[in-house]
Design a protein around this ligand. Structure first.
Ligand code: NI
Length: 394
């Protein structure tokens, strides 16, 4: 099928009031990961009246919508995540979060509203449709083990030829979209290490094994992994983010806890780092007469975009937004469970600029004053609709 650009733009413009209203409703009613009951119901209710859509609930808090064409063709899947974060919002606009301590501080409210807008636009085009469009409204992106893996197990990727996802991105100015061939987001793994010494009176350290002094040595020695062990051409982060110990000025405690995160792209490096860490922690503890308990949790896989799909997506976005509207995003060490879909089907995850310095939209993701420039929502709808329409033509 063909769809002239002006017809597409009219179709998108027609749904934007609704998209913005949906985003604001979702923003005011955020729900935490795996608890998106009202959000999923809201999405389900918004999709149900649209012509030609088969709407289902693959898990308790997710929604799947299929738009099946009259002629056979490619199946393209689009994914939006719907969950919020345990953050107390600090905005005073009139659609501020009504849920104490819960906030859409990553833009997933916008992702959901964008995909609802895409559903509305595409549901009017079913006569022209070949193949299938699958719209995935996913729960629990923010909390391991993540909703994507559950949805893959529920079969949402079966028969899919290509999968696309996007993130509203505050560090990128509104008006730009960014694609990245290859690695985009890292594998976020986590560790919890308990160092067990022998507590006692702070005035008599000779009678103790001090788990704080040993822990401090462990933190210093863990820095060797990225500075000395790792190939400098492979990105990697080892961050100790919690060091918890002690209860009083005059007590050497029995234990200390070290916890944090490891971020990598390379599969081999991802396997090596925990082995090296464990050897270091064991060695330092043994040197000082302490022992350790070790817990290491593998998180999401890295998001590595398929090169061919990304090239194609880039060409489509260039036709839609022009040279000045499309850029390349550098990889970051953040994580995303979109990788669960990419493990099954070739696809690409791209970024939609949502920041606006002049309008004060400058706060980072996961900040109590995070928000998006709502002009980015129309760009998201346009990007997805154009991508679907052009993929159908292949
Ligand atoms: Ni996010």
């Amino acid at each position: 099928m063909t769809l002239p650009q002006d017809k597409l733009h009219t179709a998108v413009a027609d749904v934007m009031n609704k998209v913005i209203a949906w985003r604001r409703h979702l923003h005011a009613h955020p729900e935490l990961s795996f608890l998106e009951y009202n959000t999923a119901q809201f999405v389900y209710d918004a999709l149900r009246p649209l012509p030609g859509l088969e709407v289902s609930r693959p898990t308790r808090t997710s929604v799947l919508a299929k738009l099946v064409g009259k002629k056979p063709g490619k199946t393209i899947a689009l994914r939006a995540d719907m969950d919020a974060l345990p953050i107390q919002e600090e905005h005073d606009f009139d659609f501020v979060s009504q849920a104490p301590g819960v906030m859409h501080a990553c833009g997933h409210d916008g992702h959901t509203a964008i995909l609802l807008g895409v559903a509305m636009v595409l549901s009017e085009l079913t006569d022209d449709l070949t193949g299938e469009v699958r719209l995935i409204f996913q729960h629990a992106e923010e909390l391991y083990p993540g909703g994507a893996e559950e949805l893959v197990r529920a079969g949402v990727m079966e028969g899919v030829d290509v999968v696309l996802g996007a993130h509203l991105w505050a560090p990128l100015p509104v008006g730009l979209v960014a694609v990245t061939p290859g690695p985009l987001l890292a594998a976020p793994d986590t560790f919890h290490i308990t160092i067990r010494g022998s507590g006692g009176h702070a005035a008599e350290p000779q009678k103790t094994v001090d788990p704080i002094a040993v822990g401090a040595q462990v933190v210093v020695n863990l820095q060797h992994i990225c500075s000395r062990y790792k190939d400098p051409f492979l990105p990697g982060v080892v961050s100790v983010t919690q060091f918890v110990a002690g209860t009083a000025d005059n007590v050497i405690p029995e234990t200390s806890l070290l916890a944090g995160t490891v971020r990598t792209f390379d599969r081999e490096l991802r396997e090596q780092i925990p082995e090296q860490m464990k050897r270091i922690v064991q060695g330092v503890c043994a040197a000082h007469g302490a022992t350790m308990e070790w817990e290491y949790q593998l998180g999401y896989r890295a998001v590595v975009n398929n090169e061919a799909v990304t090239d194609r997506l880039r060409a489509i976005l260039l036709r839609e937004f022009g040279e000045s509207g499309v850029t390349v995003a550098k990889p970051t060490m953040g994580g995303e469970d979109f990788s669960a879909y990419l493990a099954k089907v070739p696809g690409s995850f791209f970024l939609i600029g949502a920041g606006n310095t002049a309008a004060g939209i400058v706060h980072p993701h996961h900040h109590p004053r995070f928000t998006v420039d709502e002009a980015a929502l129309a760009i998201g709808v346009r990007a997805y609709v154009r991508a679907v329409v052009e993929w159908w033509q292949a």
